[in-house]
Write a protein that binds this ligand. Structure first.
Ligand SMILES: Nc1ncnc2c1ncn2[C@@H]1O[C@H](COP(=O)(O)OP(=O)(O)OP(=O)(O)O)[C@@H](O)[C@H]1O
Length: 288
């Protein structure tokens, strides 16, 4: 399976701020829709900017498709304020000769009822996000990088735009790497997950594989060895824990419940447990 993004020992240091990303190695297979998750300051925007070629790595390597095949919607969505909506789309066509899909871009803009004659500076934040996404999808990219691209879009419009995004991505086999703090939205849209914290990869792989690699157990307080305990919480005499099983989970003694966690439970458990060893499933392991 060819990789759309492959990172080896990737790191980026800022002169004022230190290492934003350190020792990241992973591969994202082509055609996957991958959620990029992590707390504020984790390094998500830095990774996306590196993948977009806007930033250069301080160390390590990052392989991506050629620049003209990448669309990147950054958090600040740089658009020209003096241009109208129609002029912005025309600029998209001029900048992407041979690639531009006016119908796809036009549909995204029309979906929000944006007046083509309206200047960008007169658009609301959510309307600007829609226009930025129209520019990105109109490019019909091989790799689409979205940095909290829909964070200021209202819930109904977000659902519609996510639908348009997924339809185009599925049709073209586009690889998507998208950061967001809205886990439920990512759960519906993404088949892969990359979780970073403190500039380092903590979890990476297909959502199914990552969920299967973890178990939520609840039962009488006891020693959970030899399993890796991601988080554990005692309530009275019962223990609820998210574990990474090392072999079969024993339910001796009765009163045990064992179930697969939800994506939200998995992510929240890992964000609260920085000391747990990182896990990359084979789907995202970088080639040696
Ligand atoms: N231009 C810069 N100069 C100095 N430090 C920076 C710069 N850009 C980012 N950083 C630092 O790098 C770290 C990672 O920042 P980054 O923006 O990548 O995080 P993030 O995961 O996208 O966060 P958020 O969820 O808040 O958007 C932070 O500690 C941040 O302060």
């Amino acid at each position: 399976m060819t990789a759309a993004i492959e990172a080896h020992g990737l790191g980026r240091r800022f002169r004022r701020g230190g290492w934003a990303l350190r020792d990241c190695s992973f591969r994202l297979p082509a055609g996957r829709i991958c959620a990029l998750i992590g707390p504020n300051g984790a390094g998500k925007s830095t990774l996306l900017a590196l993948a977009a070629g806007v930033l250069k790595p301080t160390e390590g390597t990052l392989t991506t498709p050629p620049r003209e095949a990448i669309a990147y919607v950054s958090q600040d969505k740089p658009l020209h304020p003096q241009l109208t909506v129609a002029e912005t789309l025309r600029m998209g066509a001029d900048l992407n000769p041979g690639r531009w899909d006016a119908a796809v871009a036009g549909k995204v803009v029309e979906g929000g009822g944006l007046d083509p004659a309206r200047r960008v500076r007169a658009l609301s934040g959510g309307q600007r996000s829609r226009l930025a996404l129209a520019l990105a999808l109109g490019k019909r990219p091989t790799l689409l990088l979205l940095d909290e691209a829909l964070s200021d879009v209202d819930p109904l419009a977000r659902r519609e735009l996510m639908g348009a995004l997924l339809a185009t991505a599925t049709e073209d086999g586009t690889t998507v790497l998208m950061s967001s703090h809205i886990l439920s939205e990512l759960e519906d849209a993404c088949d892969h997950l990359l979780l970073i914290d403190g500039g380092r990869v903590r979890l990476g792989g297909s959502v199914d594989d990552l969920l299967q690699a973890h178990t939520l157990v609840s039962g009488p307080i006891s020693d959970l060895a030899p399993h890796t305990v991601v988080t554990a919480r005692a309530t009275g005499r019962r223990l609820t824990a998210l574990i990474r099983p090392e072999g079969p989970v024993s339910t001796d003694g009765g009163g045990w419940q064992v179930e697969e966690p939800t994506l939200e439970e998995l992510v929240l458990a890992h964000l609260g447990a920085p000391g747990v060893p990182a896990l990359l499933t084979t789907a995202m392991e970088a080639a040696a």
